[in-house]
Design a binder for this molecule. Sequence first.
Ligand code: SF4
Ligand code: SF4
Length: 298
Amino acid sequence: MRQVSRRSFLTFCGLSTVGLSLDPFDLTGLSRALANPAAPTVLWLQGSGCTGCTMSFLDYISPTAPTDAADVLINYINLAYHPNLSPVAGESVVAIISQVRQAGNFILAVEGGIPTGFNGGACYAWSYDGVEVTFEEAIRDLAPRAAAVLCIGTCAAYGGIPAAPPNPTGVVSVQTLTGRPTINVAGCPPHPTWMVWTIAQLLAGQAITLDSSGRPTAIYGRSVHDRCPLKETDEINTFGVPGRCLKELGCRGPETRANCPIQKWNNGVNWCIGAGAPCHGCTSPTFPGTNALNRQPA
Ligand code: SF4
Ligand code: SF4
């Protein structure tokens, strides 16, 4: 396990962590954590992915402030740029990113893997003055300058589906590309609360304890199977039988780490196994397969 401490943020932000205890299931301290005008800027970029992580983020909903994704973005986070959500395009984007890069105190949030095949030519980040910049070049340049690098989703964290064989575009994770340890909010997609909680921790200068795959242990500390309500039930070998363990049908809950059984999805309505589908291991470094590809150790 390793701990990522943003003590410099604390000094910079003038925040005290006393009494600011953020738990993924009790986000009452979130407003205080996020309502810091001097907190670092968030720069969100997308590489090789499906934008599903952003879609999941937009589903964020909470009974306490911030109440939804718009509230987070408008009132709490200083979001410099997001490819889908920012009302800018073209060279204005390059100007914003250049400003953020020079200012230095920013969190780089990366969604999607990094294509390295074709000299990075499978994915261009932007162009400026007639020069095309690949996503690979952009991440190589920005990651070392960021105060923290946050991988939003399994593709950025470990390669995910875009890196599955035969991987013709040579997709790798941010850490594989840059060598810099990343904070991995794994999931395909991650739960919206996992993303908001982790960003809030960083903005508040809270230490985040990570497991050996870079995931916050507060969220990924236990296996899905560990807290599955079907744990003691008999296994079935056909779909459509409610209330029975899905292990024989390929459930990967035993080797997958996430708090899905208690967090649930869609504002606590249901989750994969509750809906009769096996856990397919979406938070694992080996997802979607079971063998290591370009992954970090599990
Ligand atoms: S359904 Fe999956 S997670 Fe639940 S008890 Fe069976 S193997 Fe474990
Ligand atoms: S139950 Fe498994 S597949 Fe479903 S969201 Fe959780 S970790 Fe991912």
